[in-house]
Structure formats: C-alpha cells, structure tokens
Ligand binder design. Sequence first.
Ligand code: ZN
Length: 469
Amino acid sequence: MTDRVTQSLLDDKARILERLMELVRQPSVSADPAFAEGMAGARALLMRRLHEAGLQAVQELEAPGGHAAVYAEWLGAPGRPTLLIYGHYDVQPPDPLAAWHSPPFAPEIRDGRLYGRGASDTKATVTIAIEAIAACLAAGVCPVNVKLFLEGEEEVGSPSLRPLIAANRERLQADAVLSADGSRASVRLPTISTGTRGMAKMEMRLSTARKDLHSGRYGGAARNALHEMARLVASLHDDEGRILVPGFLDDVRPLSERDRADAAELAADDADFYEGFGGSPYGDPDFTLRERLTLRPTIEVNGLWGGYQGAGSKTVIPCEAQAKITMRLAPGQDPARAAGAVKAHLLARCPAGVSLDFQALQGQSAASTLEDEHPLLVAAEKVMGEIFGRRPVRARGGGTLPITSVFKETLGIDTLRFAFGMPDEDVHAPNEFFRLSSLEEGLRAWSMMLAELGRLKSEDFAPFRRAVG
Ligand SMILES: [Zn+2]
C-alpha cells in the first residue's frame, strides 16, 4: 500500500533526481579553502529548496572560523515528536582527479548509478530527507515536527559541531536525531544501524636507562627498551588474537541471541573479506568474523617506535621506546575503565628498573547503542520490513561515530542513522556513486518513517532522553 505522500514522491522522482544532481554539481569540499564558493553554492541551493518547500526559520548557523551549517524547521505538529534531522552538505576532496571516469562535480548517470563526489556521502540521503518533508508539507501537514541541521564540516571532523550546538542549544532541542548520514551495512540485505563501537586511546613511553648504550660495552647485561616494549605489547593478546588483559572484558555486554543471529545473517558478505585486502584469517576464535568486527572490543597498537632507524646499522641499546594504542570498545565498556585495565596489565609486567609513563589522548567515547524499545528503532524496523518484505537485520558498526556521542552528550538524545547509500559506493574515493534504485527505496522509507513517527507523541521519547546540564 502506498499512501498519497509516498506516491507523490515517486511521481516526482525525475525532478528529485535533477535536484540531487544540482546539489552534487556544487563542489562543496570543506577541507580546501579553494572550494569556498562551492560550499556557499551548496548552502544557497539547500536554503532555496527548504524555503520553497515551506520550511521556516531557514538560515545559516555560523560556525566561527569554520563552515556554517544550514538550518530550517517546521513545528506545526503540537504534541508530536520533534526530530532533529541531521545531514551534511560537505564532501571529501575529489583527488586523484585522473582516476575519475567522469568529472566529480559533473554528475553523470551510467548503468543505473549516479556518479559524482558526494552522491552517496551524503547528498542523496539529504535530498531524500528534504524531499520527503517537502512532500508532506505540499500535502498539507508534516506528521512530526522537524529541525533540519545540515553540517558543513563533517568531512573534516566536525570541529565546530560542539560550539555550534552550544550556541544554539534551545533551537536544536528535539526528541531524537534521525540522521541522513551513514549507509546500509550490506548490499544484499536491508539493515538497520543500531550502534557503533566506542573508543579509548593512550600513548606510552617506556625507559630502561638514563641514556642509550654501546652494545659492545653493555650488550648482554643491560635491558633494551625496544625488547621490553615488544614483550609488553605482545602480552595483550594470545597467538590467535584473544585479548589477555585481566578485567578488560569484564564489562562487555554478553552477545544476545539476536546479536548472534543478526551477525550470522551478514556473514555471507564476509566470504572474500581477507582476499579484499590480501590478509589472512585472524582473531578471537570464540567469535565469528562479523562478531569480532562489530560486537567485540579490540586493542590495537597503532604505532611503535624507538632506537636507530637511519641508514646502515648502529650498534646501540636504545633506552627508550614509545607506542600508541587505541581500543574499539563494545557496549558496556567504560573508556576510562577499559584503558585503566590495559595500563594495569602493562605496569604489572614491567620488571624492576623499567618505567612506563602514559599520556592521555583526546577523543574517548563509549559505544553507542539504540535500545531495543527505542521508538526510532521500532518505527524503522516496521518501515523497512514493509518495504523489503522481510525483517531488517540489525547491524552494529565497528567504527566510532563522534556525532552520535556529541548529540547524546550535548542534547541528551539518541541518533538513528536512516541512510540509503550502500557500503560499496566508493565514498571518499574516485568514481563515488549512488544507486538510483536506492533513491526510490529512500523516498518510500523516509516518507513512511515520518508517517510512522507521527503516530507517536513527544513524551514517548521521554524514557530515552537524558538530562544534560
Ligand atoms: Zn564521508
């Protein structure tokens, strides 16, 4: 069954595609000041469309020293939920240009795909979201209150996001965030993103003596800092990849049957996983590949250095070694506790005379999880089920999405990524594309999602909101 609003969107598909292509034509590269005009062009185009669609308070939210966000709202559904619709209009630099089969900012349709920088990440789903709201308003009323917040700095790490939210806290108050950024986890199966892993970081310096030593005069009787560091980092895992740090896994929420069933459904996507990067199978054998990639925590040494690295050889016993470590955290883990367990483990293995100092690094966050009964998740599962004729698979992401924790920390609200790009669409790479079939799916889904959420009340979200100071 297709309702009136959804039908009008499908009837209007050709024009919506044209608007998407016009947006892709704007070279909105946030990283390079040479593209300032493209950034302004994308903002102007979006604001014109939002205005024309009947949204109110259409404006730029200034990000001092950065790129402004585009904002618009429609608050004509009293008592209904208010959704903060998040997206970004900036894109990655198009380099290397020579690798593109058609120019990155001259969108082209080939084989049912729209090619162009930003097509998949994330101008298509942003367009879908705007057009779904526009169609509701054209039909008379939007089922929910909406506040559109389109950032211009996502591709450079959102440096102004926190100050922007702080300066506009009242304006951005909402019951939840529906994000047009993200992508589906599988090209075969409909998926819903229910969370991502968290992150903890540390840097450490190990020393064994006051100075580097001559290996002829001291060798055999002095500790070598690189050997000691190698021994320490090797003690973090067993040979198969099981984490050996006492206490590190204690708070990890055990996998539910649903977790394991959903991970199993996605396993077929992993058939050529190792071939894809020329690696060989590795990882905790008590868990499947997909579980290890998304549901379990990791400890990784990202950098390890010390000693002589110049030409030829140098017969030295280095007195100092350094390492950088990051951890991807599973639901249940607290970043400080997880990092604390790793520190305690390493310190306990330091022999007398070896000292280890840790430096804290910015950017710790716990895993984010949309609770099973969260109204956004319940609604999305219903909508996706209707569109695809089967229960969507819940797929956690292995990465860390700072934006999700920023919204939780600053506004106290949860985020659902409701985006329709696919995982293979070469985002950030040459020849980025978006499948035109996803345009229709996305329009249907966003239209049905707004209608579904419109059956709820704002207060239905209250149990999931967190008070923030
Ligand atoms: Zn991106």
